[in-house]
Design a protein around this ligand. Structure first.
Ligand code: GLN
Length: 194
């Protein structure tokens, strides 16, 4: 099991530390040639979705990654990563657009948008949630399902092999959401390929 972490900008090192804690192999994607290495899942970290989106195009990573996500590559987007996957983005541009969710960027305001809370995550229980200038999910449609809500807003969702959180589980000690993603990636890796 190997997980690739998109490392163009933002909180990628924290995801790497989390995977180390879980004993999961990982490497960073910084340029097109990195896609030549095999991997079973991809993490899109938090950061600035505008910057990450621009770099994806400049580095010619956008099309190949989008194709792989569309083909079923397990992907976990946190915060800006959620925005990258959203099919509709309020207050910003759409990027991969592979998930049937509508995300509102900087939904809690730019200055006062950072806070911590705890709420139920479907199938896991109460988890800590750290929000940093976070988006929330305004609505889900199609096959997308809600996994967590807090303060009346949707903050985690899944659609097939795509998992997103508006908060940053990589900044907390709780490893269960990353484990959830690793399990999803392992199931996909062991499924017979058609
Ligand atoms: N506000 C950022 C954006 O719009 C997301 C913040 C984050 O990833 N912590 O991309």
């Amino acid at each position: 099991m190997t997980i690739a972490i998109l490392a163009l900008q933002g909180a990628f090192a924290e995801h790497a530390a989390m995977l180390d804690r879980l004993g999961v192999n990982h490497f960073e994607i910084r340029q097109l040639s990195d896609l030549g290495r095999p991997f079973d899942g991809l993490i899109l970290p938090g950061g600035e979705s505008t910057v990450i989106g621009r770099l994806l195009h400049e580095l010619k990573l956008y099309e190949p990654l989008k194709d792989r996500i569309r083909a079923g590559l397990p992907v976990f987007g946190t915060c800006a990563g959620l925005i990258l996957l959203a099919g509709e983005v309020r207050g910003g541009a759409m990027h991969f657009g592979t998930m049937d969710i509508c995300a509102r960027r900087n939904a809690y305001g730019r200055q006062l948008g950072s806070f911590r809370t705890e709420a139920d995550f479907r199938g896991i229980g109460d988890v800590p949630m750290t929000f940093i200038r976070a988006p929330y999910i305004e609505s889900v449609s199609g096959d997308a399902e809600i996994l967590a809500q807090t303060g009346g807003h949707i903050v985690a969702a899944r659609q097939g092999n795509q998992l997103v959180t508006a908060f940053h589980p990589e900044l907390d000690r709780d490893t269960r959401i990353h484990s959830y993603f690793i399990k999803l990636a392992a199931e996909h890796a062991s499924a017979p390929q058609s």
